[in-house]
Structures are given as structure tokens and as C-alpha cells.
Design a binder for this molecule. Structure first.
Ligand code: PLP
Length: 487
């Protein structure tokens, strides 16, 4: 059995044999794909992965996805399918839902969503069904939509389109699916955003309450992709209750911290939200996918996700969710989650000690948002210079960003992936040192028209190679999937 760092134990010889054989079978049909799979492992092994939304799933989770559960259609819900022969998918979905309920203390879990976007869409339609459709059906004396008269149906469609959502603004760290125009949620709902306090950059609950009273949303949305702090969900729920809104929390980014009991009490969304959505592949360290947890009154509507907005459930991925959730119920996962949070503090302190500016001045979760304007760079330049140096991050807007959402003024860095490899506080301090070293030495280059470019940059010669070598030392000390050999 192999265990280095925080990754769940695995039998390296068995996993090596499984992948060697699998790649031989795949390569016989399409060698390019076998090559890309092998190369991806090499690339992930050889770079400092600081993308806050990524992780490394265990071999058991990964292997669970490659099999014939994928070949089965199973539209419907557990024990109530529109296809024959779904007994094994029932077993899989039932177990994944049971693990999810036990892990998060949720009354109901729906594990079919294929991604986080899908989970949010299921949640939004469930709220519309519960709060708008059901009362309209009752008023018309109808049991189902097809029983409505054409006039009542037109009226219902109109009232769907009149509903409002209040969510966190994108530049404060909110997500596109929280009512923004490029996503369908922005076409379904009239959206208004709450931002953060201009001086502290922290969520201003008084402002959220003021906007909620004024705007009277159907849905009060909480959750984020790039806000480095905790949210008080008890306060959010009391704001929702005061204005008659439904509280939907998207915990996609921090589900691992909830599962690992780093976020408890008022900071655990599940008891307070009417509906909680998540991805399963970020800090939760499962397969790529989504999930919805809810209070009992929303269960029937949530369970109509397929076929309402989802295609047939992915049996192989639900199975991998069950495996990942079983892993997350182990005590080792709670210590992993605690390490994710303490490593984020070490990373933040490493930056602050070296004179960097962090949005909100620090972190309380798994991510930090570094303001790179201090180095005279855009996020795009910083992201590219770091990538060349073996450090994988992503550029991100900061509050009131003068460079907009494309070039940005920030980079977002997260600790879940490297913590899985076993990085500790000293390693993250060294990561901060390497990043500050690259950014302080990088300068914006001239664009073709002679003006300063927002994308091009100059790195002093040799710095990228030196940083790559230093990153390599850290990576060698914490190997990814130790003992797994592909040849
Ligand atoms: N919600 C939040 C808060 C996210 O950060 C993301 C992805 O980054 C999503 C939803 C969407 O997840 P997916 O890419 O699985 O659709």
C-alpha cells in the first residue's frame, strides 16, 4: 500500500498494472489518446498545481469511472426508472446519496448532476417548481403542467421570466452561474449583485440585507469561486427569511472544508440553506461532477433534475462519487481538510511577509487572491510568467478591477491539490517565495504598436529555469501517485 502525503492509500503495483494494461488496450485503437493520458500524468507530476478548483482524485475514484456502468441508461430516480434493468445503477446511486447525506448531515441528496453548472440549474428549476409552479397548478386546480389551459400555461411562463436572484458580483468572487448574462441563469432571472466593502473587501451583510429588502429576490444566492473568506450562512438565512427568499448555497469550491469539518456552526451551509449545490471534483477530491443537497420540501422537485435539465445519469461517475464520498467520511479526510486550510494560511503569510497585497488581507479557506498590480503586471502577464516557471495558477479579477475580466489584476491560488501531494506549511512558504521571485522580476513588454502590452511580458534570462528547478525539488519531495509506473 502506498501513502504519501494526504492521498488515500492505494496498492501501487495493482494500480500500475491496471493503467499499463488499460493504456495498452486504448493505444491499440487510438495511440494518440493513450499518449495524451500518459502525458497528462507527467505534466501534472511536473508542475506546481495551484489552481484553486483542481485536485488529484485517488486511483480508486479514477478507476471507478472506466467501466460499463457508463453504458447503461437510467433516466428517473432510484427504484423509479424509465428503463429496464437499472438494478446496479440503483445500488450505485443509492449508496452515493446515502454517503452524501451522512457526510454533510443533509436530509436529501441528489447525485445525478454532471457538473457544478448542472447542479445549479437543477437547484434553480427546483426552486421555480416549488415556489412558482406548484402554487400556479394549485390555483388552476391542475395536478400537472399538461392539465393547464393554454392561458394558465402562458401566465406561468411569464411569471417564470419575472423572477429575481440576488448573488455575489463576479469581481467580488461570485460565479457566472449565479445569474450572470453569459450563463443561462442570467437569462432566467433578473439579477442584482452584492459586492464587498470597498475598504475591507469583506462581505458586507448589512448591504446584502439592504439589497434583499429593496430587490425582494426569489433566490438569495451565496457561494463563490474566488472569495478568500468564510461566509456566515446563519446570517444569510436570516436575510433570506426576512424577505421571503429561498437561500441557495453553491459550495462547489469549499465542499471539502465542509466535509472535513473545517467549516462548522454558522459557516456550514447545509443546515441553513434550503438548497445546497456543489461540484464533487474540487476540494472534495472526487470525480468531475455535481450534487444537490436540500431540505425535505425541495426533494421531489430536485429529483426531477433528469429529464428537466439533465440528460441520463452517468452511472460510472455516480459510482466514483460514492467511492470519493466514502473516502471523505474517513478521519484522514478531516485531517486533509484541516491541512488545506492551514496551508492556505501559510501561503498567505508567506506572501504578506514578502510585501505582497492579498485581497481581504488574508484567507480563511483554501484560496488566496494575489493583487499583481503591485508588481506592475496584469493577471494575464503574471499567469503566463508563472506558467513558464512551472507554477500553474489562473488569473482572476479582483474587486473593482481596472483591467476587467480578461486581463485582470489578480491571480487566484489554492492549496487543495498540493496538500493532497503532502505539501506542508514550509513548502507553501517556499512556493510563496518562488512566486514573489518571479513576479518581482517580471516586467510588462511593449506591444506591436509600441504601447505597454497587457499580455506580453519579459522575464530575466534564466529565471524561469531556476524556478522550474526549485519547484522540481519540492515536487520530488512530494511525488504524485507514488509508485505508479506507466511503463
Ligand atoms: N459553481 C462554482 C462556485 C464554481 O466555482 C464552478 C466552477 O468553477 C461551478 C459552479 C461550475 O462547475 P462545473 O465546471 O463543474 O460546471
Amino acid at each position: 500500500m502506498s501513502q504519501v502525503g494526504n492521498l488515500t492509500q492505494f496498492d501501487a503495483a495493482a494500480v500500475s498494472a491496471a493503467y499499463q494494461n488499460a493504456l495498452r488496450v486504448i493505444g491499440a485503437v487510438e495511440p494518440t489518446i493513450a499518449g495524451a493520458i500518459g502525458q497528462e500524468l507527467a505534466d501534472q507530476r511536473g508542475s506546481l498545481k495551484l489552481i484553486a478548483s483542481e485536485n488529484y482524485a485517488s486511483p480508486a475514484v479514477l478507476l471507478t469511472m472506466g467501466n460499463w456502468l457508463s453504458d447503461k441508461y437510467a433516466e428517473g430516480t432510484i427504484g423509479h426508472r424509465f428503463y429496464a434493468g437499472c438494478q446496479n445503477i440503483d445500488t450505485v446511486e443509492q449508496l452515493a446519496a446515502e454517503h452524501a447525506k451522512a457526510l454533510f448531515g443533509a436530509p436529501h441528496a441528489y447525485v445525478q448532476p454532471h457538473s457544478g453548472i448542472d447542479a445549479n440549474l437543477v437547484a434553480f428549476w427546483a426552486v421555480l417548481a416549488q415556489r412558482i409552479e406548484s402554487p400556479a397548478l394549485a390555483a388552476a386546480g391542475a395536478r400537472q403542467l399538461n392539465d393547464l389551459s393554454e392561458a394558465d400555461w402562458q401566465q406561468l411562463r411569464t411569471s417564470f421570466g419575472e423572477q429575481r436572484m440576488l448573488g455575489m458580483s463576479l469581481d467580488a468572487g461570485g460565479h457566472l452561474t449565479h445569474g450572470f448574462r453569459p450563463n443561462i441563469s442570467g437569462k432566467m432571472f433578473h439579477q442584482t449583485s452584492y459586492g464587498t466593502d470597498p475598504s475591507t473587501e469583506l462581505l458586507d451583510y448589512g448591504e446584502v440585507a439592504r439589497l434583499a429588502r429593496e430587490f425582494k429576490p426569489l433566490i438569495l444566492m451565496a457561494g463563490y469561486s474566488a472569495y478568500p473568506r468564510r461566509i456566515n450562512f446563519a446570517t444569510m438565512r436570516s436575510i433570506a427569511d426576512e424577505v421571503g427568499a429561498t437561500l441557495v448555497v453553491d459550495m462547489a469550491h469549499f465542499a471539502g472544508l465542509v466535509a472535513g469539518k473545517v467549516f462548522t456552526g454558522d459557516f456550514d451551509p447545509v443546515p441553513f440553506a434550503h438548497v445546497t449545490t456543489t461540484t464533487t471534483h474540487k476540494s472534495l477530491r472526487g470525480p468531475r461532477g455535481g450534487m444537490v443537497l436540500c431540505q425535505p420540501e425541495f426533494a421531489d422537485s430536485v429529483d426531477r433534475g433528469c429529464p428537466m435539465v439533465l440528460g441520463g445519469p452517468l452511472g460510472h461517475v455516480m459510482a466514483a462519487k460514492a467511492v470519493a464520498l466514502a473516502e471523505a467520511r474517513q478521519p484522514a479526510f478531516a485531517s486533509y481538510a484541516a491541512d488545506v486550510a492551514s496551508n492556505a494560511i501559510a501561503l498567505a503569510e508567506g506572501f504578506l511577509r514578502r510585501g505582497a497585497r492579498l485581497v481581504t488581507g488574508g484567507t480563511e479557506n483554501h484560496l488566496v487572491l494575489l493583487d499583481v498590480s503591485r508588481y506592475g503586471l496584469t493577471g494575464r502577464q503574471a499567469e503566463s510568467a508563472l506558467l513558464e516557471s512551472g507554477v500553474v495558477t489562473n488569473r482572476n479579477s479582483i474587486p473593482r478591477d481596472p483591467n476587467g475580466a480578461w486581463y485582470t489584476s489578480g491571480i487566484r491560488l489554492g492549496t487543495p491539490a498540493l496538500t493532497t501531494r503532502g505539501f506542508g506549511a514550509d513548502d507553501f512558504d517556499r512556493v510563496a517565495e518562488l512566486i514573489v521571485g518571479v513576479l518581482s522580476a517580471t516586467s510588462p513588454a511593449a506591444a506591436a504598436d509600441g504601447r505597454t502590452s497587457k499580455a506580453k511580458y519579459d522575464l530575466p534570462s534564466g529565471l524561469a529555469e531556476k524556478t522550474l528547478a526549485a519547484a522540481g525539488e519540492l515536487l520530488d519531495a512530494h511525488p504524485l501517485y507514488p509508485g505508479l509506473e506507466l511503463t
